[in-house]
Design a protein around this ligand. Structure first.
Ligand SMILES: Nc1ncnc2c1ncn2[C@@H]1O[C@H](COP(=O)(O)OP(=O)(O)O)[C@@H](O)[C@H]1O
Ligand SMILES: [Mg+2]
Length: 226
């Protein structure tokens, strides 16, 4: 097993994760035999190494490196819950997490994979659990939830020590109830999802209503064409 760890360390050293301004997703450059990139976010890229199939390695960009210890400590406080990955340890610029099967809810929209209500309930339960550990559920959005055999798993716990409600999950629940039934089996094109995301990120979430926003999005992108 020790040999495996050394190999993984070597492999991870061959890839570079580069952060960008304005909340843009990281870039990944480099290559190592067998190492697979299984996801990216705005702070990190996540890798899988076949010799250690139960683990996923979350590698942070230099700009986001201070979040590594923060996230590690939060994982310790959430440990033992089925709603999150397990975190087993840290390396220089990465966390060792349990590898989680499944695709993100964002990918579900892209691929037209139906998300059932159980998943929403699982995330609600996860949020309760986060609060029960004295933490604040934040940053829970489509790319941070996995659909796993019909159940929800919440990724990316690094913001739970911040204050305030970013309302992202509440907005998603609202659109799930009122809008999702119309598109639940539609493969939504990437350009539409990205354009909606960018629009959402530019509006002042304190002063807009999700109802109005939803209506506009629905007409602009999903309205009837003659
Ligand atoms: N434990 C895991 N198992 C499998 N895939 C994961 C795991 N953690 C993250 N991912 C994938 O990697 C992506 C980025 O991870 P995330 O922790 O959200 O990074 P960031 O903090 O940069 O947003 C996720 O959207 C998901 O697709
Ligand atoms: Mg993320």
């Amino acid at each position: 097993m020790i040999a495996d760890w050394k190999q993984v360390e070597e492999a991870l050293k061959n890839v570079e994760v580069i952060g960008h301004e304005n909340n843009k997703p990281v870039s990944v450059i480099g290559y190592a035999e067998d190492l697979r990139c299984i996801g990216i976010g705005t702070d990190a890229a996540v890798f899988y190494y076949p010799d250690t199939p139960n683990y996923a390695y979350k590698v942070y960009s230099a700009q986001a490196l201070e979040k590594k210890e923060v996230e590690f400590d939060i994982y310790k406080r959430l440990s033992g819950s089925p709603y999150f990955p397990e975190c087993y340890g840290t390396g220089d610029n990465y966390l060792v997490l349990s590898f989680e099967q499944g695709i993100t809810l964002y990918d579900c929209l892209l691929q037209g994979v139906r998300v059932n209500e159980q998943v929403i309930q699982d995330v609600e339960n996860a949020r309760e659990f986060i609060r029960s550990r004295g933490l604040n559920p934040r940053d829970i959005h489509l790319k941070n939830v996995l659909l796993q055999e019909g159940r929800g798993k919440v990724l990316d716990v690094s913001e739970y020590i911040k204050e305030g409600n970013d309302s992202r999950w509440e907005h998603l629940v609202w659109t799930y109830k009122h809008f999702y039934p119309l598109i639940s089996e539609v493969k939504v094109p990437l350009w539409i999802l990205e354009t909606i995301t960018n629009w959402y990120n530019r509006i002042d979430t304190a002063s807009f209503g999700i109802e109005d926003f939803s209506k506009r999005v629905s007409q602009l992108f999903f309205g009837k064409r003659k």
